[in-house]
Design a protein around this ligand. Sequence first.
Ligand SMILES: [Zn+2]
Length: 350
Amino acid sequence: MFDNSSSHRLVGKFFTNSTPPSFEETEKSLRQQWNLSGDMIVQKQGDNDTFLFEFRQKNDKVRVLDNLPFNVNGVILVIKDPNSSSMIDFTVATLVVFVVGLPWCLSTKEYLPTLESLIGGNATDITFTDGLFCFFVEVDLKKPLKAGFYIEENQFVEFKYSQLGDFCYKCGMIDHVETSCDRVRVHKERALNATSRTHVYGPWLRDSFSEKCFELVLNKSQNGARECEKSLSYAQFFIELEFNNVFICNPKFESRTKSTHRFRFPCSYLDTETEHTDFTTSKAYKVIRDEIYENTPFSDLAEFFGNRGEIGSLVEQLKLTKKNEFCCDDMWLVLNLQINRTTMLMPADR
Ligand SMILES: [Zn+2]
């Protein structure tokens, strides 16, 4: 036991009708998922399949709570802070829900109470960014998941759940899978359009983070302002940085939001490098990286780029552009740099 650590504890319990994952599997999986900065002790409590997690670092506990929910081999582990309440209900879990397909006219704060009632449970930490509502919701696991709602005939707004493990594609319950469903004989259906129907529950209820990708696209801009060159004393790029957030749900639905930032980039930054320069410490690399990371609306951009060298190859592209596009007396070149984040959302059964 760690000293003075009673406030650094969490408790967890699987919500399933089947045999839950073993203690060993659970501990191994969670250590991988949580990537802790300090040590952790895991214990099983009595016969009731409850796990006690004791963290050496308080920030590890906070990070786990901020990133709910978690599952092991597809089975949800309901995690609670034992200090938050004397009565812990393991049949209610925090899930993260995205609202996809809501028309722009309803994407307003005024519509929030309606959305909350449609999602059910207590919604907390509601965010509205990049054209999407996101909710942290206390969901009663004893009831089927909510798949979405109609705003008018044939127009269905979908709920997508983050880090959602297994659930039943027939009835929407989270405690079993389709093959062991004894509640209904056939998949629950809803109207797709005037002439056809679709299954309510399927893999499209997951928000599919794994299908997210980023790309960097650098082009010469059409907005060249050659008049500026007359007053410039040294050659520079003017870079229009464009962040595009694209959600593709099916061919009919693509949501795109854009934000921009502009900055000047003296070409001389590129001259300080030689073949042997470690590009990650070069001035050009640092300036580009800072401009992107400090202005991006994407909180996961740095994590995604990591050490993949995207920014390094961007610096190489700038060098090529300088060599090929700048004439000797040019002082100014406008470039368009797009950073596109595309999230493929699993389409409904259609
Ligand atoms: Zn079922």
